[in-house]
Design a protein around this ligand. Structure first.
Ligand SMILES: NC(=O)c1ccc[n+]([C@@H]2O[C@H](COP(=O)([O-])OP(=O)(O)OC[C@H]3O[C@@H](n4cnc5c(N)ncnc54)[C@H](OP(=O)(O)O)[C@@H]3O)[C@@H](O)[C@H]2O)c1
Length: 306
């Protein structure tokens, strides 16, 4: 302790998650608060959540489950809320339900899933299975997956919302070829949330979908925020540009996420996250300064120039 004064000592301890949870509030309050945005029915939620596609699809052994469990523990401990899943992500819903119920953290989380079926009856069956898989009697959001049989499913989802079984309804896509139809649904339907693909190297949603969401006040969730890893490949081995410090970004992941959540439509990014270090990194992007228009342009020019 000879070379550390008390403040440095407490700060060092606070960096250790288990110890931080034992320290008084003043020592933990060092990280800036999360940027949040309102999302029905929860109210304000941090602008970075978790996506579960592929990564949660089929754990078998204890060794497979352990990092997923630790990820969820850390996410809840830090105050993370939104977790996105879908019936089509292998066993992801079931895995999420098992872990959140074992950990007793379901009530701390905002669970978003989807319905993706070509008939109303098939959709109804899928939704009932989602309640079972997620081991909950309330699902915060169910969205129509990739615009399959949209009008029928939305009508039924509204019935479920009116009955208090779900909290919000929405639609999702990650295909440019669906954008026109997607925008038409946004114009026509009352939606609590949309979900669309958007990333620093995949900006087409910013042409029509995100401005429309902003105009209508619909919260956009952003899937594929890292282009499923393509952004990391593009920047591999490259040092962070000086401008990253202006927004408090210390990693490439934080640069990419800050770009997304700074869009004027105030999106919530849901990066695929299956490791504690990714939780810390990605939720870190939800804190501190956001990018202004000039820096966003600089970021786009940088990535386009690689
Ligand atoms: N139509 C739809 O509704 C739709 C479509 C697509 C996705 N989604 C949703 O969107 C979510 C996100 O998409 P995604 O998971 O496919 O792709 P993504 O979020 O763009 O990329 C996830 C990958 O990025 C890497 N990563 C995550 N955090 C990192 C960090 N801090 N540092 C370095 N690498 C990091 C991991 O790769 P490694 O595992 O290789 O380390 C992870 O598998 C999905 O999980 C799903 O919930 C919805």
């Amino acid at each position: 302790m000879s070379r550390l004064d008390r403040r440095e000592f407490v700060a060092a301890l606070a960096a250790v998650p288990v110890v931080a949870s034992l320290l008084p509030g003043c020592a933990r309050a060092q990280a800036p608060a999360f940027n949040t945005r309102p999302l029905k029915p929860a109210g304000e939620v941090p602008v970075v959540g978790i996506g579960t596609a592929r990564l949660y699809q089929d754990p078998q052994s204890e060794a497979d489950y352990a990092p997923l469990k630790a990820t969820l523990v850390r996410f809840a401990e830090l105050g993370g809320k939104v977790i996105d899943t879908a019936p089509s992500y292998g066993r992801a819903e079931e895995v999420l339900g098992k872990l959140t119920s074992e950990l007793g953290i379901r009530d701390k989380l905002y669970l978003a899933t989807k319905v993706g079926a070509d008939s109303l009856d098939a959709g109804k069956g899928q939704i009932e299975q989602s309640f079972k898989n997620l081991k909950t009697d309330f699902i915060d959001l169910i969205a129509v997956h990739n615009l399959r049989d949209t009008a029928n499913h939305l009508a039924y989802l509204r019935e479920l919302r009116d009955a208090g079984r779900i909290g919000a309804v929405g639609v999702t896509s990650s295909f440019d070829g669906q954008y026109e139809q997607f925008a038409a649904v946004m114009e026509r339907e009352q939606l609590d949330c949309i979900q669309i693909d958007y990333a620093l190297d995949n900006r087409n949603a910013a042409q029509r979908i995100l401005p429309l969401a902003q105009e209508k006040g619909i919260p956009p969730m952003i899937n594929l925020p890292f282009g499923r890893g393509s952004l990391f490949q593009a920047t591999q081995g490259k040092p962070l540009p000086d401008w990253a410090a202006e927004i408090g970004a210390t990693t490439w992941a934080q640069v990419f996420l800050k770009y997304i959540i700074s869009h004027p439509s105030k999106p919530i990014a849901i990066p695929g996250t299956d490791q504690v270090r990714y939780v810390d990194d990605n939720l870190g992007a939800a804190r501190g300064p956001l990018t202004d228009a000039a820096l966003r342009t600089k970021m786009e020019q940088f990535i386009d120039g690689l």
